[in-house]
Design a protein around this ligand. Structure first.
Ligand code: GTP
Ligand code: MG
Length: 193
């Protein structure tokens, strides 16, 4: 997809702040620091529209990025970051649940998994949660540039097996460094818009 225009229109913490134009939304999902914000930047060819950081916990709100005035990428705070209080974790859970379970324009979630490691317990819970709510999931194995080519297939297989991937789903290897996987992911996303 050729992206001509991208802008942030809202950083939301609750429903009342979500955009009201009913354009389709594709949401990111994944543990803190996995590369959700980097993924958005690479997909839309913008260096730092979505703010990234080498430290986990960078994205704190639901950030709606309007793309080509036709749909939104929704960047979300990651899970699994140890250094948050119980209260913060509960607030995060409420924000995620409110968005993922009630949001009508939400067409699909991109679940990012770090390709270097097997999925975490939280990754398995997230995949099951999205499937339970009948939300189409695009599983993306990111940071593929950090794994030597001959080992990549094996890493993908571990992710597929551990998630107990449903037959309709695939794992797409991706790198926000090199852009590998980008066209394949766009192909999937287009199918949901
Ligand atoms: P939170 O907002 O904290 O949930 O994190 P996030 O998932 O948005 O991660 P972010 O995009 O901020 O990236 C975290 C770190 O991983 C940054 O240092 C990125 O440069 C790095 N990173 C992300 N994707 C890739 C990738 O594909 N390859 C490599 N080598 N590094 C990546
Ligand atoms: Mg982020």
């Amino acid at each position: 997809m050729k992206v001509n225009q991208a802008e942030i229109v809202m950083s939301a913490v609750s429903k009342a702040q979500y955009p009201e134009d009913r354009l389709s939304e594709i949401a990111l999902s994944g543990r803190s620091n996995v590369g959700k914000s980097s993924f958005i930047n690479k997909m839309i060819q913008r260096k730092n529209l979505a703010r990234t950081s080498s430290k986990p916990g960078k994205t704190q709100t639901l950030n709606f990025y309007l793309i080509n005035e036709s749909f939104y990428f929704v960047d979300v705070p990651g899970y699994g970051y140890a250094k948050v209080s119980k209260r913060e974790r509960e607030a995060w859970g409420r924000m995620m649940e409110e968005y993922f379970t009630t949001r009508e324009p939400l067409k699909a979630a991109v679940l990012l998994i770090d390709m270097r490691h097997p999925p975490t317990e939280d990754d398995l819970i997230m995949y099951d949660f999205l499937k339970y709510y009948d939300l189409p999931v695009i599983v993306v194995a990111t940071k593929m540039d950090k794994i030597a080519k001959p080992k990549r297939q094996k890493h993908l297989k571990v992710i597929e097996d551990d998630l107990e991937l449903e037959p309709e789903d695939v794992v797409i290897p991706f790198s926000a460094e090199t852009g590998e996987g980008k066209d394949q992911v766009w192909g999937k996303i287009k199918g949901f818009l």
